[in-house]
Design a protein around this ligand. Structure first.
Ligand SMILES: C[S@@+](CC[C@H](N)C(=O)[O-])C[C@H]1O[C@@H](n2cnc3c(N)ncnc32)[C@H](O)[C@@H]1O
Length: 271
């Protein structure tokens, strides 16, 4: 079985229990040292064969898989959650083609870790109810569908999480403030470098100051930018409907002034 495991954003205790169990059982581990801290390998057995994918091509990785029978427990450790820029699809497709058993074990994305580090929810009622995870086109510009550049999403507003773009801060700021953008120079932004790593940096700024702020962190990799009005500290007492006393749910009937009267006593409240 080949397990594509999300390592989480960096801290060794932010891998899921299932991910840690897969690492502990693995005979073979392929990990990305450029994106995943070495501390994550503490979950591996000391006799596991460890390969660093930082210097490997896809063909090299597939050759490691092919060298072992299907019942060998193999872990391919990807940063954050494998579903975002994880490059797992080509590996999953290979497994399907050659008849290998595989699974994906999800992980905590850097987007969630960055939001936690910034102390801001990304969806605030009446402000933003959508989050777009995107990137600048960059070196792999032919990967970027024409309608999906940062400028296209900036025109719509909401909350943007921009990954893989810290090396081109001027380009990022220019796309965020291009013609027709819903963002302004004073729109809040947060630069998060190495979220959950020991040297994590969190800098609250504005879109107008974004390029300078990114440069001031010194980061070009393992950094992301959150953009949008949801990132603003606010004192306007906005709150979600879900926990309002006047809002009913299948789990909580209408109540007044925070009273719990009417709530089904034997049922758990939703999250
Ligand atoms: C190849 S993508 C992988 C994303 C990953 N699958 C995820 O869910 O977070 C790498 C990019 O993710 C972002 N990233 C990953 N880990 C991060 C962290 N701990 N702090 C900030 N950004 C991070 C950076 O933008 C980096 O360039």
């Amino acid at each position: 079985m080949i397990s594509f495991v999300g390592a989480g954003p960096g801290a060794a205790d932010l891998i899921t229990l299932r991910g840690a169990q897969r690492l502990a059982a693995a005979d073979v581990v392929i990990w990305a040292s450029s994106l995943v801290p070495a501390e994550l390998l503490q979950h591996c057995r000391s006799d596991a064969a460890i390969h660093d994918s930082a210097t490997m091509t896809l063909e090299d990785v597939l050759a490691v898989y092919a060298a072992h029978p299907d019942d060998t427990p193999i872990v391919r450790l990807h940063s954050g959650d494998p579903s975002l820029y994880g490059a797992i699809q080509e590996q999953v497709d290979w497994c399907a083609t050659v008849g290998r058993t595989w699974e994906v074990v999800p992980g905590v994305s850097s987007v969630s870790a960055a939001s936690a580090a910034a102390g801001r929810e990304l969806t605030i009622p009446g402000v933003s109810q959508s989050v777009v995870v995107t990137r600048l086109a960059g070196r792999t510009s032919d990967s970027m569908p024409e309608t999906e550049g940062v400028a296209a999403y900036a025109a719509r507003g909401g909350t943007l999480a921009v990954l893989l773009s810290a090396a081109r801060p001027d380009e990022l700021q220019a796309e965020l403030l291009g013609p027709g953008s819903a963002f302004r120079a004073d729109t809040p932004a947060v630069v998060i470098v190495r979220a959950t790593w020991p040297d994590e940096q969190v800098v609250h700024t504005t879109v107008g100051e974004l390029a300078e702020t990114v440069r001031s962190t010194g980061a070009t990799m393992t950094a992301l930018v959150l953009v949008g009005e949801a990132l603003a500290a606010r004192d306007d007492e906005r709150r979600s409907h879900l926990y309002a006393p006047t809002y009913t749910t299948a789990y909580r009937l209408r109540s007044h002034a925070g009273s719990t009267a009417g709530r089904p006593s034997a049922r758990r409240t939703g999250s």
